[in-house]
Design a protein. Structure first.
Length: 463
Protein backbone atom coordinates (compact mmCIF):
# COMPACT_ATOMS: atom_id res chain seq x y z
CA UNK A 1 0.00 0.00 0.00
CA UNK A 2 1.22 3.49 -0.81
CA UNK A 3 2.23 5.44 2.26
CA UNK A 4 -0.80 7.33 3.56
CA UNK A 5 -0.42 11.07 3.37
CA UNK A 6 -2.59 14.10 3.96
CA UNK A 7 -4.30 15.11 0.73
CA UNK A 8 -6.97 17.63 -0.03
CA UNK A 9 -10.26 16.65 -1.64
CA UNK A 10 -8.75 16.96 -5.11
CA UNK A 11 -5.92 14.57 -4.19
CA UNK A 12 -3.16 17.20 -3.83
CA UNK A 13 -0.65 16.45 -1.08
CA UNK A 14 -0.48 18.95 1.81
CA UNK A 15 3.01 20.22 2.42
CA UNK A 16 4.49 18.90 5.68
CA UNK A 17 5.75 22.38 6.66
CA UNK A 18 2.15 23.58 6.64
CA UNK A 19 1.15 20.66 8.87
CA UNK A 20 3.98 21.52 11.30
CA UNK A 21 2.83 25.15 11.47
CA UNK A 22 -0.69 23.98 12.25
CA UNK A 23 0.60 21.55 14.90
CA UNK A 24 2.36 24.41 16.68
CA UNK A 25 -1.01 26.13 17.26
CA UNK A 26 -2.43 23.19 19.24
CA UNK A 27 -2.46 22.27 22.92
CA UNK A 28 -3.23 18.69 21.87
CA UNK A 29 -1.23 16.62 19.41
CA UNK A 30 -1.01 15.67 15.78
CA UNK A 31 -0.74 12.00 14.94
CA UNK A 32 0.71 11.31 11.48
CA UNK A 33 0.86 8.05 9.53
CA UNK A 34 4.56 7.75 10.36
CA UNK A 35 4.02 8.08 14.14
CA UNK A 36 4.30 4.98 16.33
CA UNK A 37 0.84 5.54 17.86
CA UNK A 38 -0.87 6.05 14.46
CA UNK A 39 -2.23 2.51 14.17
CA UNK A 40 -3.65 2.61 17.68
CA UNK A 41 -5.14 6.06 17.08
CA UNK A 42 -6.88 5.04 13.84
CA UNK A 43 -8.42 1.96 15.41
CA UNK A 44 -12.04 2.07 16.50
CA UNK A 45 -14.35 -0.42 18.19
CA UNK A 46 -15.42 -2.12 14.93
CA UNK A 47 -12.45 -4.04 13.45
CA UNK A 48 -14.27 -4.21 10.10
CA UNK A 49 -13.36 -0.52 9.63
CA UNK A 50 -9.81 -0.13 8.37
CA UNK A 51 -9.31 3.48 7.30
CA UNK A 52 -6.07 5.43 6.93
CA UNK A 53 -6.48 9.13 7.72
CA UNK A 54 -3.78 11.51 6.49
CA UNK A 55 -3.74 13.20 9.88
CA UNK A 56 -5.37 12.74 13.28
CA UNK A 57 -5.79 15.86 15.43
CA UNK A 58 -6.12 14.77 19.04
CA UNK A 59 -7.76 17.92 20.44
CA UNK A 60 -7.37 18.94 24.08
CA UNK A 61 -9.94 21.72 24.13
CA UNK A 62 -12.35 23.88 22.16
CA UNK A 63 -9.54 26.08 20.83
CA UNK A 64 -7.91 23.02 19.25
CA UNK A 65 -11.19 22.07 17.60
CA UNK A 66 -11.47 25.61 16.20
CA UNK A 67 -7.90 25.47 14.86
CA UNK A 68 -8.53 22.08 13.30
CA UNK A 69 -11.72 23.22 11.57
CA UNK A 70 -9.97 26.34 10.21
CA UNK A 71 -6.97 24.30 8.98
CA UNK A 72 -9.22 21.74 7.28
CA UNK A 73 -11.39 24.45 5.68
CA UNK A 74 -8.40 26.47 4.45
CA UNK A 75 -6.86 23.37 2.85
CA UNK A 76 -10.06 21.82 1.47
CA UNK A 77 -9.61 18.61 3.47
CA UNK A 78 -12.07 15.78 3.94
CA UNK A 79 -13.03 15.83 7.63
CA UNK A 80 -14.15 13.07 9.98
CA UNK A 81 -15.14 13.83 13.57
CA UNK A 82 -14.50 11.28 16.26
CA UNK A 83 -16.42 11.22 19.53
CA UNK A 84 -16.57 7.78 21.16
CA UNK A 85 -15.57 5.95 17.95
CA UNK A 86 -18.51 3.53 18.28
CA UNK A 87 -20.38 4.34 15.10
CA UNK A 88 -20.86 0.92 13.56
CA UNK A 89 -20.37 2.34 10.05
CA UNK A 90 -17.01 3.83 11.07
CA UNK A 91 -17.96 7.44 10.40
CA UNK A 92 -15.37 8.60 12.96
CA UNK A 93 -12.64 7.94 10.40
CA UNK A 94 -11.74 8.73 6.79
CA UNK A 95 -9.05 7.86 4.28
CA UNK A 96 -6.41 10.53 3.49
CA UNK A 97 -8.31 13.41 5.11
CA UNK A 98 -8.19 14.69 8.68
CA UNK A 99 -9.80 13.19 11.77
CA UNK A 100 -10.78 15.79 14.35
CA UNK A 101 -10.54 13.51 17.35
CA UNK A 102 -12.21 14.45 20.64
CA UNK A 103 -11.16 11.28 22.50
CA UNK A 104 -9.09 13.32 24.97
CA UNK A 105 -11.99 15.70 25.72
CA UNK A 106 -13.89 13.59 28.22
CA UNK A 107 -14.61 15.99 31.08
CA UNK A 108 -17.95 15.78 32.93
CA UNK A 109 -19.16 18.43 35.40
CA UNK A 110 -22.31 17.83 37.44
CA UNK A 111 -24.29 20.60 39.10
CA UNK A 112 -26.43 18.73 41.64
CA UNK A 113 -28.41 21.88 42.56
CA UNK A 114 -29.77 22.47 39.08
CA UNK A 115 -29.53 18.76 38.18
CA UNK A 116 -27.64 19.62 35.04
CA UNK A 117 -24.48 18.04 33.64
CA UNK A 118 -21.92 19.46 31.25
CA UNK A 119 -20.23 16.80 29.15
CA UNK A 120 -17.37 17.28 26.69
CA UNK A 121 -17.74 15.99 23.15
CA UNK A 122 -15.43 12.98 23.48
CA UNK A 123 -16.87 11.52 26.72
CA UNK A 124 -18.19 7.99 26.86
CA UNK A 125 -21.36 6.91 28.63
CA UNK A 126 -19.13 5.41 31.33
CA UNK A 127 -17.44 8.78 31.92
CA UNK A 128 -20.85 10.39 32.34
CA UNK A 129 -22.40 7.71 34.59
CA UNK A 130 -19.38 7.70 36.89
CA UNK A 131 -19.82 11.39 37.74
CA UNK A 132 -23.63 11.63 37.83
CA UNK A 133 -23.89 8.56 40.06
CA UNK A 134 -21.97 10.37 42.79
CA UNK A 135 -25.02 12.61 43.13
CA UNK A 136 -27.70 9.94 42.70
CA UNK A 137 -28.41 11.18 39.18
CA UNK A 138 -28.33 9.72 35.67
CA UNK A 139 -28.77 11.01 32.11
CA UNK A 140 -30.69 8.72 29.74
CA UNK A 141 -28.12 7.21 27.37
CA UNK A 142 -27.47 3.87 25.63
CA UNK A 143 -26.69 0.46 27.06
CA UNK A 144 -22.95 -0.07 26.46
CA UNK A 145 -20.69 2.12 28.58
CA UNK A 146 -17.88 2.64 26.03
CA UNK A 147 -20.21 4.24 23.45
CA UNK A 148 -19.70 7.98 22.86
CA UNK A 149 -22.16 10.45 24.35
CA UNK A 150 -21.77 12.67 21.27
CA UNK A 151 -22.65 10.36 18.39
CA UNK A 152 -25.33 8.62 20.42
CA UNK A 153 -27.08 11.84 21.49
CA UNK A 154 -26.82 13.52 18.09
CA UNK A 155 -28.54 10.45 16.59
CA UNK A 156 -31.33 10.40 19.22
CA UNK A 157 -30.12 7.97 21.88
CA UNK A 158 -32.12 5.12 23.39
CA UNK A 159 -31.37 3.09 26.50
CA UNK A 160 -32.58 1.80 29.85
CA UNK A 161 -34.32 5.05 30.86
CA UNK A 162 -35.96 5.78 27.51
CA UNK A 163 -39.54 4.89 28.42
CA UNK A 164 -39.66 7.07 31.52
CA UNK A 165 -37.28 9.91 30.67
CA UNK A 166 -37.10 9.94 26.88
CA UNK A 167 -34.33 9.94 24.34
CA UNK A 168 -30.87 11.29 25.14
CA UNK A 169 -31.51 14.19 22.75
CA UNK A 170 -34.75 15.01 24.58
CA UNK A 171 -32.67 15.66 27.70
CA UNK A 172 -30.29 18.19 26.13
CA UNK A 173 -30.53 21.73 27.49
CA UNK A 174 -27.86 23.21 25.23
CA UNK A 175 -24.98 22.43 22.91
CA UNK A 176 -21.68 24.28 22.53
CA UNK A 177 -20.85 23.98 18.85
CA UNK A 178 -17.85 24.80 16.67
CA UNK A 179 -19.25 25.78 13.29
CA UNK A 180 -17.67 25.36 9.88
CA UNK A 181 -16.48 28.98 10.14
CA UNK A 182 -14.60 28.14 13.32
CA UNK A 183 -17.02 30.12 15.48
CA UNK A 184 -18.08 28.84 18.90
CA UNK A 185 -21.83 29.17 19.39
CA UNK A 186 -24.36 28.00 21.94
CA UNK A 187 -27.49 26.30 20.64
CA UNK A 188 -30.41 26.18 23.05
CA UNK A 189 -34.12 26.98 23.10
CA UNK A 190 -33.21 30.70 23.12
CA UNK A 191 -29.95 30.87 21.19
CA UNK A 192 -29.70 29.56 17.64
CA UNK A 193 -32.98 27.65 18.15
CA UNK A 194 -32.84 26.29 14.59
CA UNK A 195 -29.49 24.65 15.31
CA UNK A 196 -30.77 23.39 18.67
CA UNK A 197 -33.71 21.78 16.89
CA UNK A 198 -31.49 20.16 14.24
CA UNK A 199 -28.86 18.80 16.62
CA UNK A 200 -31.48 16.87 18.57
CA UNK A 201 -31.43 13.85 16.28
CA UNK A 202 -29.92 15.31 13.09
CA UNK A 203 -26.42 13.87 13.67
CA UNK A 204 -23.04 15.45 13.04
CA UNK A 205 -24.23 17.47 10.03
CA UNK A 206 -24.07 20.98 11.45
CA UNK A 207 -20.88 21.40 13.45
CA UNK A 208 -18.71 19.83 16.13
CA UNK A 209 -20.32 19.66 19.55
CA UNK A 210 -17.62 20.36 22.10
CA UNK A 211 -19.94 20.38 25.11
CA UNK A 212 -23.44 19.10 25.86
CA UNK A 213 -25.51 20.33 28.79
CA UNK A 214 -28.04 17.72 29.88
CA UNK A 215 -30.72 17.66 32.50
CA UNK A 216 -30.16 14.67 34.79
CA UNK A 217 -32.78 12.43 36.36
CA UNK A 218 -32.88 11.08 39.92
CA UNK A 219 -31.85 7.46 39.22
CA UNK A 220 -29.34 5.68 41.42
CA UNK A 221 -30.08 2.01 42.14
CA UNK A 222 -32.01 -0.08 39.65
CA UNK A 223 -33.35 -3.62 39.53
CA UNK A 224 -31.78 -5.19 36.50
CA UNK A 225 -30.28 -8.20 34.79
CA UNK A 226 -30.97 -11.06 32.42
CA UNK A 227 -33.71 -13.67 32.32
CA UNK A 228 -32.47 -16.46 30.05
CA UNK A 229 -34.71 -19.08 28.41
CA UNK A 230 -33.93 -21.95 26.02
CA UNK A 231 -34.06 -20.97 22.32
CA UNK A 232 -36.88 -23.40 21.54
CA UNK A 233 -39.13 -21.15 23.63
CA UNK A 234 -38.26 -18.07 21.55
CA UNK A 235 -41.67 -17.59 19.89
CA UNK A 236 -43.58 -18.10 23.14
CA UNK A 237 -41.29 -15.80 25.09
CA UNK A 238 -41.50 -13.03 22.51
CA UNK A 239 -45.32 -13.19 22.62
CA UNK A 240 -45.22 -13.04 26.41
CA UNK A 241 -42.78 -10.09 26.22
CA UNK A 242 -45.04 -8.20 23.81
CA UNK A 243 -48.15 -8.72 25.95
CA UNK A 244 -46.37 -7.95 29.21
CA UNK A 245 -44.86 -4.71 27.93
CA UNK A 246 -48.24 -3.50 26.63
CA UNK A 247 -49.25 -2.56 30.20
CA UNK A 248 -45.86 -2.34 31.96
CA UNK A 249 -45.10 0.92 33.81
CA UNK A 250 -42.65 3.28 32.14
CA UNK A 251 -40.08 2.75 34.89
CA UNK A 252 -39.55 -0.63 33.24
CA UNK A 253 -37.52 -1.07 30.07
CA UNK A 254 -37.01 -4.60 28.77
CA UNK A 255 -35.18 -5.67 25.63
CA UNK A 256 -35.70 -9.19 24.25
CA UNK A 257 -32.85 -10.92 22.43
CA UNK A 258 -32.22 -14.09 20.49
CA UNK A 259 -28.63 -14.90 21.32
CA UNK A 260 -26.13 -17.57 22.30
CA UNK A 261 -24.95 -17.81 25.90
CA UNK A 262 -21.19 -17.54 26.60
CA UNK A 263 -21.09 -21.34 27.06
CA UNK A 264 -22.56 -21.83 23.57
CA UNK A 265 -26.23 -22.54 24.33
CA UNK A 266 -28.79 -21.14 21.85
CA UNK A 267 -31.04 -18.97 23.99
CA UNK A 268 -33.62 -16.22 24.10
CA UNK A 269 -33.48 -13.66 26.86
CA UNK A 270 -35.11 -10.62 28.39
CA UNK A 271 -32.80 -7.90 29.64
CA UNK A 272 -34.54 -5.95 32.34
CA UNK A 273 -34.07 -2.51 33.91
CA UNK A 274 -36.51 -1.19 36.52
CA UNK A 275 -35.61 2.36 37.56
CA UNK A 276 -38.49 3.16 39.92
CA UNK A 277 -39.25 2.37 43.55
CA UNK A 278 -37.48 -0.93 44.45
CA UNK A 279 -40.40 -2.49 46.38
CA UNK A 280 -42.83 -1.69 43.58
CA UNK A 281 -40.25 -3.07 41.14
CA UNK A 282 -40.21 -6.48 42.86
CA UNK A 283 -44.00 -6.58 42.49
CA UNK A 284 -44.04 -5.49 38.84
CA UNK A 285 -41.25 -7.86 37.85
CA UNK A 286 -42.69 -10.93 39.62
CA UNK A 287 -44.67 -12.30 36.61
CA UNK A 288 -41.76 -11.60 34.26
CA UNK A 289 -39.42 -13.55 36.51
CA UNK A 290 -41.90 -16.37 37.06
CA UNK A 291 -42.57 -16.86 33.34
CA UNK A 292 -41.08 -20.08 31.98
CA UNK A 293 -39.48 -20.36 34.52
CA UNK A 294 -36.18 -19.05 33.12
CA UNK A 295 -33.03 -21.16 33.07
CA UNK A 296 -31.26 -18.20 34.65
CA UNK A 297 -32.67 -15.29 36.64
CA UNK A 298 -29.86 -12.82 37.24
CA UNK A 299 -32.14 -9.85 38.05
CA UNK A 300 -30.95 -8.04 41.15
CA UNK A 301 -30.55 -4.54 42.62
CA UNK A 302 -27.49 -2.78 41.28
CA UNK A 303 -26.03 0.72 40.98
CA UNK A 304 -27.10 2.29 37.68
CA UNK A 305 -23.50 2.38 36.32
CA UNK A 306 -23.34 -1.41 36.79
CA UNK A 307 -26.54 -1.76 34.75
CA UNK A 308 -24.90 0.39 32.08
CA UNK A 309 -21.94 -2.01 31.95
CA UNK A 310 -23.95 -5.23 32.00
CA UNK A 311 -23.70 -5.70 28.22
CA UNK A 312 -20.15 -4.34 27.77
CA UNK A 313 -18.70 -7.86 27.62
CA UNK A 314 -21.01 -8.74 24.73
CA UNK A 315 -19.61 -5.89 22.58
CA UNK A 316 -15.83 -6.05 23.04
CA UNK A 317 -13.45 -3.77 21.16
CA UNK A 318 -11.85 -5.34 18.11
CA UNK A 319 -14.50 -7.76 16.80
CA UNK A 320 -16.01 -7.42 13.32
CA UNK A 321 -19.51 -5.96 13.25
CA UNK A 322 -22.30 -5.28 10.77
CA UNK A 323 -25.70 -4.04 11.97
CA UNK A 324 -29.04 -2.97 10.63
CA UNK A 325 -32.30 -2.08 12.36
CA UNK A 326 -35.95 -1.50 11.53
CA UNK A 327 -38.85 -0.01 13.44
CA UNK A 328 -42.03 -2.08 13.43
CA UNK A 329 -45.29 -0.53 14.66
CA UNK A 330 -46.28 -3.76 16.41
CA UNK A 331 -44.91 -7.21 17.18
CA UNK A 332 -47.48 -9.12 15.15
CA UNK A 333 -47.43 -12.88 14.68
CA UNK A 334 -45.64 -12.65 11.33
CA UNK A 335 -42.89 -10.48 12.84
CA UNK A 336 -42.40 -12.90 15.72
CA UNK A 337 -42.17 -15.82 13.28
CA UNK A 338 -39.52 -13.93 11.32
CA UNK A 339 -37.58 -13.10 14.49
CA UNK A 340 -37.42 -16.78 15.37
CA UNK A 341 -36.61 -17.88 11.81
CA UNK A 342 -33.78 -15.39 11.29
CA UNK A 343 -32.53 -15.72 14.86
CA UNK A 344 -32.07 -19.42 14.21
CA UNK A 345 -30.14 -18.67 11.01
CA UNK A 346 -27.57 -16.60 12.94
CA UNK A 347 -24.07 -17.60 11.86
CA UNK A 348 -22.01 -16.49 14.87
CA UNK A 349 -22.41 -17.15 18.61
CA UNK A 350 -21.57 -13.44 19.12
CA UNK A 351 -24.45 -12.20 16.95
CA UNK A 352 -27.92 -11.32 18.19
CA UNK A 353 -31.37 -10.23 17.11
CA UNK A 354 -32.71 -7.71 19.60
CA UNK A 355 -36.21 -6.32 20.10
CA UNK A 356 -36.34 -3.00 21.94
CA UNK A 357 -39.61 -1.47 23.17
CA UNK A 358 -39.52 2.34 23.58
CA UNK A 359 -43.20 3.05 24.30
CA UNK A 360 -43.67 6.00 26.66
CA UNK A 361 -41.83 9.31 26.94
CA UNK A 362 -40.41 9.41 23.36
CA UNK A 363 -43.95 9.39 21.95
CA UNK A 364 -44.99 12.37 24.09
CA UNK A 365 -42.66 14.64 22.12
CA UNK A 366 -44.10 15.68 18.77
CA UNK A 367 -42.33 14.40 15.65
CA UNK A 368 -41.57 17.98 14.55
CA UNK A 369 -40.41 19.29 17.96
CA UNK A 370 -36.88 18.09 17.28
CA UNK A 371 -35.10 16.58 14.28
CA UNK A 372 -35.69 13.06 15.64
CA UNK A 373 -38.93 12.07 13.94
CA UNK A 374 -39.28 8.36 14.71
CA UNK A 375 -41.53 8.66 17.72
CA UNK A 376 -44.51 6.49 16.93
CA UNK A 377 -43.12 3.07 15.99
CA UNK A 378 -42.43 1.56 19.38
CA UNK A 379 -40.52 -1.63 18.60
CA UNK A 380 -37.04 -1.48 17.16
CA UNK A 381 -35.57 -4.67 15.74
CA UNK A 382 -31.78 -4.70 15.74
CA UNK A 383 -30.01 -7.33 13.65
CA UNK A 384 -26.44 -7.39 14.89
CA UNK A 385 -23.76 -9.61 13.42
CA UNK A 386 -20.49 -9.89 15.28
CA UNK A 387 -17.64 -12.24 14.37
CA UNK A 388 -13.90 -12.67 14.80
CA UNK A 389 -12.64 -14.15 11.50
CA UNK A 390 -12.52 -11.58 8.66
CA UNK A 391 -12.68 -14.42 6.12
CA UNK A 392 -16.30 -14.98 7.24
CA UNK A 393 -17.42 -11.39 6.66
CA UNK A 394 -19.56 -12.02 3.57
CA UNK A 395 -21.64 -14.70 5.31
CA UNK A 396 -22.41 -12.53 8.36
CA UNK A 397 -23.24 -9.47 6.28
CA UNK A 398 -25.54 -11.61 4.12
CA UNK A 399 -27.35 -12.87 7.23
CA UNK A 400 -28.06 -9.30 8.39
CA UNK A 401 -29.18 -8.13 4.96
CA UNK A 402 -31.49 -11.12 4.46
CA UNK A 403 -33.13 -10.60 7.85
CA UNK A 404 -33.47 -6.85 7.27
CA UNK A 405 -35.11 -7.47 3.88
CA UNK A 406 -37.50 -9.94 5.48
CA UNK A 407 -38.66 -7.35 8.05
CA UNK A 408 -39.07 -4.57 5.48
CA UNK A 409 -42.72 -5.35 4.58
CA UNK A 410 -43.57 -5.05 8.30
CA UNK A 411 -41.49 -1.97 9.07
CA UNK A 412 -42.87 1.51 9.65
CA UNK A 413 -40.55 2.60 6.82
CA UNK A 414 -38.27 4.25 9.37
CA UNK A 415 -34.96 2.95 10.62
CA UNK A 416 -32.94 3.97 13.66
CA UNK A 417 -29.92 5.68 12.11
CA UNK A 418 -27.67 5.03 15.11
CA UNK A 419 -27.81 1.29 14.37
CA UNK A 420 -27.09 1.24 10.63
CA UNK A 421 -23.89 -0.05 9.08
CA UNK A 422 -25.23 1.30 5.81
CA UNK A 423 -27.97 3.81 5.17
CA UNK A 424 -28.61 5.13 1.68
CA UNK A 425 -30.03 8.59 1.06
CA UNK A 426 -33.54 7.08 0.87
CA UNK A 427 -33.19 5.56 4.36
CA UNK A 428 -31.86 8.83 5.81
CA UNK A 429 -34.69 10.86 4.25
CA UNK A 430 -37.30 8.37 5.47
CA UNK A 431 -35.87 8.44 9.01
CA UNK A 432 -36.41 12.21 9.19
CA UNK A 433 -39.75 12.16 7.37
CA UNK A 434 -41.32 15.62 7.18
CA UNK A 435 -38.38 17.06 9.16
CA UNK A 436 -35.98 16.52 6.27
CA UNK A 437 -36.89 19.77 4.48
CA UNK A 438 -36.27 21.83 7.63
CA UNK A 439 -32.98 19.96 8.28
CA UNK A 440 -31.95 20.81 4.76
CA UNK A 441 -32.65 24.48 5.47
CA UNK A 442 -30.51 24.38 8.63
CA UNK A 443 -27.75 22.60 6.69
CA UNK A 444 -27.85 25.38 4.07
CA UNK A 445 -27.45 27.96 6.81
CA UNK A 446 -24.70 26.29 8.89
CA UNK A 447 -22.83 24.03 6.44
CA UNK A 448 -23.80 24.84 2.84
CA UNK A 449 -20.70 23.25 1.28
CA UNK A 450 -21.09 19.99 3.27
CA UNK A 451 -17.82 20.33 5.19
CA UNK A 452 -19.30 17.89 7.75
CA UNK A 453 -20.06 15.10 5.28
CA UNK A 454 -19.15 11.87 7.09
CA UNK A 455 -22.42 11.27 8.89
CA UNK A 456 -25.94 10.34 7.91
CA UNK A 457 -25.76 13.16 5.49
CA UNK A 458 -28.42 15.83 5.02
CA UNK A 459 -28.40 17.50 1.63
CA UNK A 460 -28.09 21.28 1.65
CA UNK A 461 -29.78 21.44 -1.74
CA UNK A 462 -33.17 23.08 -1.77
CA UNK A 463 -35.94 20.55 -2.57
P1 LIG B 1 -18.32 8.11 16.59
O1 LIG B 1 -18.01 6.98 15.67
O2 LIG B 1 -17.18 8.81 17.23
O3 LIG B 1 -19.22 9.20 15.86
C1 LIG B 1 -20.45 8.89 15.30
C2 LIG B 1 -20.97 10.00 14.41
O4 LIG B 1 -21.17 11.17 15.19
C3 LIG B 1 -20.02 10.41 13.30
O5 LIG B 1 -20.74 10.83 12.19
C4 LIG B 1 -19.27 11.56 13.91
O6 LIG B 1 -18.74 12.38 12.95
C5 LIG B 1 -20.33 12.24 14.76
N1 LIG B 1 -19.74 12.86 15.94
C6 LIG B 1 -19.06 12.22 16.93
N2 LIG B 1 -18.71 13.10 17.88
C7 LIG B 1 -19.18 14.30 17.47
C8 LIG B 1 -19.16 15.59 18.04
N3 LIG B 1 -18.57 15.82 19.22
N4 LIG B 1 -19.75 16.60 17.36
C9 LIG B 1 -20.35 16.38 16.17
N5 LIG B 1 -20.40 15.18 15.58
C10 LIG B 1 -19.83 14.14 16.24
N6 LIG B 1 -27.21 3.82 20.23
C11 LIG B 1 -28.26 4.07 21.04
O7 LIG B 1 -29.00 5.01 20.78
N7 LIG B 1 -28.49 3.29 22.13
C12 LIG B 1 -27.69 2.27 22.49
O8 LIG B 1 -27.92 1.59 23.47
C13 LIG B 1 -26.57 2.00 21.67
N8 LIG B 1 -25.72 1.00 21.99
C14 LIG B 1 -24.61 0.81 21.23
C15 LIG B 1 -23.70 -0.18 21.59
C16 LIG B 1 -22.57 -0.39 20.85
C17 LIG B 1 -21.60 -1.46 21.26
C18 LIG B 1 -22.34 0.38 19.69
C19 LIG B 1 -21.15 0.14 18.85
C20 LIG B 1 -23.24 1.35 19.30
C21 LIG B 1 -24.38 1.58 20.06
N9 LIG B 1 -25.31 2.55 19.72
C22 LIG B 1 -26.37 2.81 20.53
C23 LIG B 1 -25.17 3.30 18.48
C24 LIG B 1 -24.39 4.57 18.73
O9 LIG B 1 -25.20 5.50 19.38
C25 LIG B 1 -23.93 5.20 17.43
O10 LIG B 1 -23.15 4.28 16.74
C26 LIG B 1 -23.18 6.49 17.66
O11 LIG B 1 -22.89 7.04 16.38
C27 LIG B 1 -21.91 6.30 18.44
O12 LIG B 1 -21.40 7.52 18.85
P2 LIG B 1 -19.83 7.71 19.07
O13 LIG B 1 -19.60 9.11 19.52
O14 LIG B 1 -19.29 6.61 19.89
O15 LIG B 1 -19.33 7.47 17.60
Amino acid sequence: MAKTELQNRSGTRIDSGKIDEFGATLAGKLIRPTDPDYDTARRIWNAAIDKHPGLIVRCLGVADVVQAVKFAAANDLLVAVRGGGHNVAGRALCDNGVVIDLAAMRGVLVDPDTRTVRVQGGATLGDLDRETHLHGLAVPMGVVSRTGVAGLTLGGGVGWLVRKHGLSCDNVVSFEVVTVKGEVVTASADKHPDLFWALRGGGGNFGIVTCFTFKAQPVSTVLGGLLVHPRDRAGQMLRFYRDFMATAPEELTVYAAILTTPDGMPAVAMIVCWSGDPVEGERVLAPLRAYGPPLLDAVQPMPFPAMQQLLDGAFPNGTYNYWKASFVPKLGEAVIDLLVEHGNLMRSPLSAVVVEFYGGAPGRVGASESAFAQREAEFNIGIMAQWTDPAETAAHVAWVRDAYDAFEPHSSGMHLLNFQSEAGDDVVRAAFGKNYARLSEVKRKYDPANFFSLNQNISAAAP
